[in-house]
Design a binder for this molecule. Structure first.
Ligand code: SF4
Ligand code: SF4
Length: 137
């Protein structure tokens, strides 16, 4: 589909469910952390330099963090970009196909509840992924 067609379809869609055949739930497969918040602990291990809020710890743990350490072996790819962030590529443990196993449950991290197609924003913590519905609204 071209850009205009996607924008037309986006007018009829107001939630992730009707868009995930386009985005493949890509926001659940990557996250970023500012380089300043990370320190290299060893060749293949990065460590957080500050304690994040509890909800964010939960989110990071669902994305492979253990005791504040990120072991590169647990990721498909870790990219340091010129924008000042490190991007961790790895499916969330709670992702099944393109669906979240915690959707609608109290255990789902608040950050996930807040970041959806209507509130998706670029910030120092989150970013709108390339095929997100928010890009076409
Ligand atoms: S908890 Fe659910 S919404 Fe949050 S990143 Fe994991 S799969 Fe996605
Ligand atoms: S927030 Fe965007 S990328 Fe994530 S599932 Fe919804 S539409 Fe897809």
């Amino acid at each position: 589909m071209n850009e205009d067609e996607l924008k037309e379809e986006a007018k009829t869609c107001d939630n992730c469910l009707c868009w995930n055949h386009h985005c493949n739930a890509e926001c659940c497969r990557v996250f970023k952390i500012g380089k300043k918040l990370l320190r290299r602990y060893s060749d293949r291990i990065l460590r957080l330099t500050a304690t994040p809020p509890k909800d964010l710890i939960n989110y990071y743990e669902l994305h492979g963090m253990k005791n504040y350490f990120f072991n590169e072996d647990n990721y498909d790819k870790i990219e340091e970009k010129e924008d000042g962030y490190v991007y961790f590529h790895r499916d969330c443990d709670m992702l099944e196909g393109n669906l979240c196993k915690l959707h609608g449950k109290p255990e789902q991290p608040q950050v996930c509840k807040d970041f959806n197609e209507n509130k998706a924003i670029n910030s120092n913590r989150w970013f709108i992924t390339p095929n997100c519905l928010a890009r076409y609204k």
